[in-house]
Design a protein around this ligand. Structure first.
Ligand SMILES: O=C(O)CCC(=O)C(=O)O
Length: 273
């Protein structure tokens, strides 16, 4: 691990208005969630993991999608991440809107590669509009992804759009079953029922949070640079494992219909948190 990660700082907290937006729409934009030093350290870590071109790491058999190159960070195991992850956990707890804590699941650095070039990794496709929960082996909703931009980016870089209100539509389909088709093709009324946020613009350090049932997708990265982000997933503390596989987190040692073990998936904002 490089010493750059020693500069990781805490995120800010979320406001009441942001909590209300998330509850209503299933996603929220959090401007300036983390500071410039933290962005710089995370970007440097991302470059260490994926290479400056975001295309130099070995092929990863776990990765099944063609729209991202990614590597797990497992910041939870590194003291330098403690403040950052605890503060993001506190944001997630406020957004969850239930009287239980949130559980860290996994964190990663991800990059969408520039379109129209040949790359080692197949990671330059548009992000198909999908929900996350149908491919997570869990018995309940409430999980969320905090997605932090590590550079200034907009639609031309292939940023995400969110279908507002789709978090209330129930599980519609698992991404693995519609990898080449948007959910809006499977459900033609979805786009009119759940209007799009439009492809968002982020400054470095801005973030979005999307609920595990909020449909989201992204276009092509038409710029010359990789679209870098740090993402972290929190789950409701009481979610239990249904016994299925996951390419998001390791299921080794989990017990069916029991919550994930605290040692590997620590809880923030629970009874003791
Ligand atoms: O970064 C992207 O384009 C997609 C990310 C995504 O689907 C997710 O974080 O759930």
């Amino acid at each position: 691990m490089t010493n750059t990660v020693t500069t990781l700082g805490r995120s800010r907290s979320v406001t009441k208005a942001e909590v209300a937006h998330y509850a209503d729409h299933g996603w929220v934009k959090l401007d300036a969630l983390v500071g410039p030093e933290t962005v710089e350290a995370l970007l440097s870590l991302a470059r260490d993991k994926l290479g400056n071109d975001a295309d130099s790491n070995p092929a990863n058999p776990r990765r099944t999608v063609g729209f991202l190159n990614s590597e797990w960070i497992m910041g939870i195991e590194q003291p330098a991440f403690a403040d950052l992850i605890a503060s993001l956990g506190s944001c997630a707890k406020d957004l969850l809107g239930r009287n239980v804590g949130v559980r860290y699941a996994v964190d990663s650095v991800v990059a969408k590669l520039p379109a129209g070039r040949s790359h080692r990794h197949n990671a330059s496709e548009p992000t198909v509009i999908h929900q996350d929960l149908p491919t997570w082996p869990l018995d309940r909703t409430g999980g969320m992804t905090i997605w932090i931009a590590l550079a200034d980016i907009g639609e031309e870089n292939g940023t995400m759009q969110f279908l507002s209100g789709s978090h209330r539509m129930g599980p519609l389909a698992g991404l693995v079953t519609h990898l080449d088709r948007d959910l809006t093709e499977l459900y033609p009324r979805l786009a009119e029922q759940c209007p799009s946020s439009g492809h968002l613009r982020y400054k470095a350090g801005d973030a979005t949070v999307h609920a595990d049932l909020c449909a989201h997708g992204a276009g092509l990265n038409l710029s010359d640079d990789p679209r870098w982000a740090y993402i972290i997933i929190f789950l409701p503390e009481d979610a239990t494992w249904t016994g299925g596989p996951s390419n998001q987190f390791s299921t080794e040692g989990l017990t069916v219909y029991q919550p994930l073990p605290d040692e590997r998936f620590p809880v923030f904002g629970g009874d003791e948190g």
